[in-house]
Write a protein that binds this ligand. Structure first.
Ligand code: ZN
Length: 208
């Protein structure tokens, strides 16, 4: 008899916006539930785009989730009989999330972290680099570049009326689009002929 329950590990699902990270997290968690494993999913309270108690991808695939204010709350809220811990929007967590993921894995749990690997400037996002480093398994998903149709690894911000240095701008799918390395414009608001519904004069004013 293998004592697999003792062998916890960390999986990271990362990529740009629109790359299907949350769908993949939800898919893995639902498969575990089908296998009668207890699953708990956590997300930072900041991510309240759709619902306060569900993780929901842009494609409306949902799973119950627990919003938390700080990474250490996860340790308090994880039940002993939980086998799989999902962590969505991991990039928004504090640095403590790294130790939390490690502790849960040492307790024998499968920890699945989903998050943006880069912010809209193309810089590594929050604790994601460390999570990627300590994970046993990493899945990097890509989206489709809306400019040239290539695989997109980056997230383009398309509006500028936010706080100047705000890295965190939650939700608002319409404020972002997926771009490849070559079409990504980290320092601008990325106007291109395909951009709809934006006032270009306003964008020019904001970005100047
Ligand atoms: Zn492109």
């Amino acid at each position: 008899m293998f004592h697999r329950a003792l062998h916890g590990f960390i999986e990271v699902v990362c990529g740009s916006m629109f790359s299907g990270k949350t769908e993949e997290l939800v898919r893995r968690c639902k498969r575990a539930q089908i296998g009668r494993q207890k699953v708990q999913v956590f997300k930072p309270r900041i991510d309240d785009r759709y619902s306060k108690d569900h993780v929901q991808s842009h494609d409306a695939n949902r799973i119950a989730s627990i919003p938390v204010d700080h990474s250490r709350q996860i340790l308090e809220l994880v039940d002993d009989n939980t086998r799989v811990v999902g962590i969505d929007e991991a990039q928004f967590f504090d640095e403590g999330i790294i130790e939390v993921a490690n502790k849960l894995a040492y307790r024998g749990m499968r920890v699945i972290c989903a998050g943006l690997d880069m912010d809209f400037r193309g810089k590594p996002f929050g604790p994601m680099p460390q999570l990627l480093a300590i994970a046993e398994s990493v899945t990097k998903l890509s989206a489709i570049c809306v400019v040239c149709g290539a695989q997109a690894s980056r997230t383009q911000r398309t509006v500028g009326n936010l706080e100047p240095n705000a890295t965190v701008a939650v939700g608002a799918k319409e404020m972002y689009e997926a771009r490849c390395r070559f079409c990504h414009e980290p320092e601008s608001h990325g106007q291109h002929p395909g951009l709809k519904g934006q006032d270009s004069e306003e964008l020019n004013r904001v970005s100047s």
